[in-house]
Ligand binder design. Sequence first.
Ligand SMILES: [Zn+2]
Length: 71
Amino acid sequence: MSSYTPRGAKQRAEKAYQDYLAHIDGCAQCREEADCEEGRRMRRALRTARAALENAAEPENPAPPPSAEDP
Ligand SMILES: [Zn+2]
């Protein structure tokens, strides 16, 4: 049995997003768009969780689609 399911990946992505929003809410630095170290780490965790979610959602298509937003 694998513990890595699309549902688990979705929960992780949502949790990462909630954590990030909660941090921004209480962090003056991030609210002024001057990322603090904690905010940067949380945004990276959010990206990772969302990438994992996309991979988990499409197990038959392991190659990630090209992204115009990422240089
Ligand atoms: Zn912050």
